[in-house]
Design a protein around this ligand. Structure first.
Ligand code: NDP
Length: 443
């Protein structure tokens, strides 16, 4: 058995009930084979073995009361995966599907993503199986306060800086931050994604979606193509999807679909984003209601969004939302590029299919890194107690995404895999973290 096969076996045996984590780590292990072969120092120092095991994983009970006075119990999680290059950094997800497998896959991806940004942030992730949908403001506040009453002892501006993710937006961050301050009596940058009035950064809201388009633009240009005039299929209608749609339209693309967990809409005239924002950001309604505003649009219940012909697909909802059968449909209909806005939205088979059919493909850890990049810029602004303008922050974001593309592309070239941005992202992200681990002695 080769060393890499041994790693793969260990991964599967030690994490048997964590399919999403195994999926994310398998992809990275596959990419790293040439790096491990070339540099024996990583093997000799057991870097892979250490990377795959989180520094620390915390699970706690969250007890809160609902509006009827009932006592409710949820599970809270924080995985502090790796802090070789900076404090742990990664979002909190509130969704009924959250468990250790989900949090570990997200935290693991975050190590490499954060490394690619070039900023000093380590990898972590957390959340709860609490579902904010259908809860009152008071219930959400009760939950967030109780969640932070345990989490606060594990985090800090120089230790671990959580942010939002699915189900955690600026409202939840506000309640979490308020409780942290109440407990610690410190107004520090312990969370990112804060409102502008108390330490948030301009462009944070837009950053992940905009970043996806800045990366896509660089990837297309490197192949002599452009966004102008292209038809986009975007899934999701949350934070990432909305601002990916906005930037795609600004850059001359036509977006014809968006979705939520109930179904998806097709608008042949192009998505009217103000309607989506009204439904999703203001009134918290279902995407099915879009049709009432745009009579030419068609609503489909359930899945099927990837059957829509397009040039570019941006999966921006959740993990494993685009499978091999979807990839085949997209390729059959002539897709030229797929950029992941969500984390691991395409399963491994779908990714391999895109690559073997010469579709330009960017993994989430590269193309959606704009969110955490601006989070790190929020930390920097908090440290110097200053705020940068929208234009300045957006310029920095754009440059960071172009730099990520260069790093990913160069790493792929260097290891004889030109155009394989999955391998490039894993290799470039890994080398920085691995070298920092080597420099700091055994931990
Ligand atoms: P939001 O909660 O704002 O939106 C999530 C969207 O995905 C909603 O439209 C939601 O529909 C849909 N969705 C969620 N779960 C499912 C599911 N199981 N099946 C189908 N649709 C689903 O989250 P974000 O936009 O912030 O995050 C989206 C993705 O991007 C996640 O993978 C996240 O980890 C990733 N990401 C987010 C970053 C950020 O800055 N926000 C940064 C980097 C990555 P519904 O409303 O019906 O639940």
């Amino acid at each position: 058995m080769t060393y890499m096969e041994e790693q793969q076996n260990n991964l599967i045996q030690s994490n048997a009930n964590e399919p999403e984590f195994i999926q994310a780590a398998t992809e990275v292990l596959q990419s790293l084979e040439p790096v491990i072969q070339k540099h024996s120092k990583y093997r000799e120092s057991a870097i892979l073995e250490r990377l795959i095991e989180p520094d620390r994983q915390i699970k706690f009970r969250v007890t809160w009361t609902d509006d009827k006075g009932n006592i409710r119990i949820n599970r809270g999680y924080r995985v502090q995966f790796n802090h070789a290059i900076g404090p742990y950094k990664g979002g909190l997800r509130f969704h009924p599907t959250v468990n250790f497998s989900i949090v570990k896959f997200l935290g693991f991806e975050q190590i490499f993503k954060n490394s690619l940004t070039g900023l000093p942030i380590g990898g972590g992730k957390g959340g709860s199986d609490f579902d904010p949908k259908g809860k009152s403001e008071r219930e959400i506040m009760n939950f967030c306060q109780s969640f932070m009453t345990e989490l606060y002892r594990h985090i800090g501006a120089n230790t671990d800086v959580p942010a939002g993710d699915i189900g955690v937006g600026s409202r939840e961050i506000g309640y979490l931050f308020g409780q942290y301050k109440r407990l610690c009596n410190q107004h520090t940058g312990v969370l990112t994604g804060k409102n502008l009035s108390y330490g948030g950064s301009l462009v944070r809201k837009e950053s992940t979606g905009y970043g996806v388009l800045y990366f896509l633009d660089a990837m297309l240009k490197a192949s002599g193509k452009s966004i102008e005039g292209k038809t986009f299929v975007i899934s999701g209608s949350g934070n990432v999807a909305i601002y990916a749609c906005q930037k795609a339209q600004e850059m001359g693309g036509k977006v014809v679909t968006m979705s939520d967990s109930s179904g998806w809409i097709y608008d042949p005239d192009g998505i009217e984003l103000e309607v989506i924002k009204e439904l999703k950001e203001v009134t918290q309604r279902r995407i099915a209601d879009y049709k009432a505003y745009r009579p030419n649009a068609v609503y489909h219940e359930g899945t099927g969004i990837w059957n829509t012909p397009c040039d570019i697909a941006l999966p921006c909802a959740t993990q494993n939302e685009l499978l091999l059968s979807d990839a085949k449909e997209l390729v059959k209909n002539g897709v030229i590029a797929v950029s992941e806005g969500a984390n691991m939205p395409c399963n491994l088979d779908a990714v391999h299919y895109f690559q073997s059919n010469k579709v330009l493909f960017s993994p989430g850890k590269a193309s959606n890194a704009g969110g955490v990049a601006v989070s790190a810029l929020e930390m920097a602004q908090n440290s110097i107690r200053y705020s940068w303008s929208f234009e300045k922050t957006d310029r920095k974001l754009n440059q960071i995404m172009k730099d990520i593309f260069e790093k990913v592309s160069n790493a792929a070239e260097e290891y004889g895999l030109p155009g394989n941005y999955v391998a490039g992202a894993n290799i470039a992200g890994f080398i920085k973290v691995a070298d920092a681990m080597l420099a700091q002695g055994l931990f």
